[in-house]
Design a binder for this molecule. Structure first.
Ligand code: NDP
Length: 275
């Protein structure tokens, strides 16, 4: 009998990863014969680990912090999102050794916002906090949905300016200093900073969320994140964390590897403990 196909997630650290659980749920629901493990790979061991995984017949990898830029470098071909963001979170290995790189984070976020949460993006004023890898990965899919404007603001303003410069050909995108957010209003505020992981909320003025507005924290945890709580205090009609994005970006990877789209709402509910 043929051995199950092998997949894994590489990151450093990796102990907290929910990806093995998510892919096990997908595989069981779609009856796929596959294994999926988490491997702690420091950046200096990344290329050797890729060769080892490929050599042992591995079929695909998810890549997380801090290895996404290194994964971009090992890919022979890239999806448009991966090419633009210069970061890869999914690798697909062909039997002849060809490596394809994709970045499914942005598609995952957009699917969670629009399909799961029912938040339309077209014509909306969107504020993205942060200018790191996550912000970089979500800009292209967001701009494709024709928001009225996307504004980037980051603790280090220069990084937001640089990011806006790299993506401004794709749509109405600008960078503002955090201090310049006074008197601004947005329909959707996306927190793509790592502040929640440190128990912080980026400093935002009151009244910045327009009436009927929504907040979304890409970060997630067992409890509502500080930014999700901030959104509720500001009167957001919806204020959610990034569990849905995590599951949707995984489903995009699963689709690339297996050609099957797993049901995601049931997996999101399981992870939230409501199923
Ligand atoms: P990076 O390290 O690349 O970037 C971190 C960003 O957060 C930078 O813009 C940094 O600002 C900012 N930041 C860090 N600490 C603070 C703070 N205390 N106050 C304000 N800003 C801060 O991380 P990523 O972009 O990869 O990840 C960002 C978040 O997105 C994380 O919480 C991560 O868990 C989440 N994420 C979620 C995913 C999901 O599927 N749900 C997928 C990918 C990421 P500066 O430039 O000034 O240092």
């Amino acid at each position: 009998m043929k051995a199950p196909d092998r997949y894994a997630v590489f990151g450093h650290p990796i102990g907290h990863s929910q990806s093995p659980r998510i892919h096990a749920l997908f595989a069981a629901a779609t009856q796929q014969a596959m294994t999926y493990e988490a491997e702690d790979i420091p950046p200096e061991g990344f290329n050797d680990a890729i060769s080892r995984f490929l050599g042992s017949g591995g079929r695909g990898l998810n890549i997380t912090v801090p290895l996404k830029e290194l994964a971009f470098l090992v890919a022979d071909t890239l999806s448009p999102e991966a090419g633009r963001s210069k970061a890869v979170n999914t690798l697909l290995f062909s039997p002849d050794g060809h490596i394809h790189g994709d970045n499914t984070d942005g598609r995952g976020l957009v699917r969670d916002l629009t399909l799961n949460l029912g938040i339309p993006l077209k014509g909306r004023r969107i504020l993205i906090l942060g200018a790191g890898g996550a912000a970089r990965g979500i800009l292209e899919p967001l701009l494709k949905l024709e928001p009225a404007q996307v504004t980037l603001a980051n603790r280090t303003t220069e990084k937001a300016r640089q990011l806006a410069f790299e993506f401004e050909d794709l749509g109405p995108l600008r960078a503002l200093a955090m201090a310049a957010l006074q008197d601004q209003q947005y329909d959707i505020i996306l927190n793509a900073t790592a502040a929640s992981l440190q128990g912080d909320v980026p400093p935002l003025p009151d009244q910045i969320l327009a009436a009927g507005g929504c907040c979304y924290d890409l970060a997630y945890g067992k409890e509502p994140t500080p930014f999700v709580l901030w959104g509720l205090q500001q009167g957001a009609v919806l204020s959610r964390d990034g569990i849905g994005m995590l599951v949707e970006q995984a489903a995009e990877a699963f689709w690339l590897w297996r050609g099957i789209r797993p049901d995601t709402p049931s997996v999101i509910a399981t992870l939230r403990g409501t199923h």
